[in-house]
Design a protein around this ligand. Sequence first.
Ligand code: F6P
Length: 361
Amino acid sequence: MSKKIAVMTGGGDAPGLNAVIYALTKTCIAKYGYELIGYKFGYRGMYLNDYIPLTMQSTSGILHRGGTILYSSNKDNLFDYWVEENGERFKKDVSDVAVENLRREGVDVLCVLGGDGTLASAYDFAKKGINVVGVPKTIDNDLGSTDTTFGFDTAVNIVTENLGRLHTTAESHHRVMIVEVMGRSAGWIALHSGIAGSADVILIPEIPFTLAGIIKKIEERQKHGKTFTVIVVCEGASLKGGDKVVSKIVEDSPDPVRFGGIGEMLAALLEHNISQEVRSVALGHIQRGGETSAADRVLSCRYGVAAAKLIHEGNYNNMVCLRNGKMDYVSLESIAGKTKPVNPEGEMVEVARSLGISFGE
Ligand code: F6P
């Protein structure tokens, strides 16, 4: 029996989205003979019924490309959506408009590629009777129901490469170099890139740090003749007893708080307390841009093929996931609110500590 599948990408983009779209489209068309459309800008496209056909042609050559050919938005929660009526602007539940569009287009299954917020909305559509299949995405790797999300490996590679560059300039000037990375309230990007890129100090939200702890490490290095120090700090990290540094409030986003600025703040604090010069650099959206790493391409293709399989089997209202190296799935109902912070007592932190890396405690 033929099926029509609508695909959408929501939330912040992540390298690998296009590879999932590619693998899903190829498998659904060539193996199962299904038809696909792709809604543009996530849920907004579903509301406006703005879509493109996903065909062998329209998805040709996108596997390696970062970004998403369907575009994305992290502002459009259709259950709480800004509308303007009679000159007034207010929030309203417009999800029924999207449901009606799906029905009118003859869509059998909605395939949602997104992070926690986007997948929570996907579950809300499932409760309205839409057949949903989810695919986990985020560079932050903070989704609790899967071992790894695609986009994470690419971000770690980008940060690691930049840590290498910053090492050489830090060494030339005998400076302390602070590198602020993304991750929201999860320190995975900082932890993995810090290990791979030989950082001296890794600061993550899960382990609050002190200025004294960082200075201790800098002085320890100086005693051993090391004239520079490289610190990688997650945007959501904070001083013990202090607050996270907020850079922006995106009013119409379901998750409006954007972290950022801890690197600059720390640089100013450190410069008052040590004799070395301190510089800080925030890598920002560079971590999400450009080509997708080989590991993320492979993982995304696996997710795309696994999602096509769930669709074929009629195994709806689940999210594909990676569990102990194997493709698996979990119910959308069970993933709500399940985040995956770094375990301060876990293996990765132990590995870093064993290498002599400080967490600034
Ligand atoms: O969740 C992915 C992420 O890149 C976070 O690491 C970061 O805090 C946030 O998105 C940035 O969001 P925006 O693209 O809205 O600036």
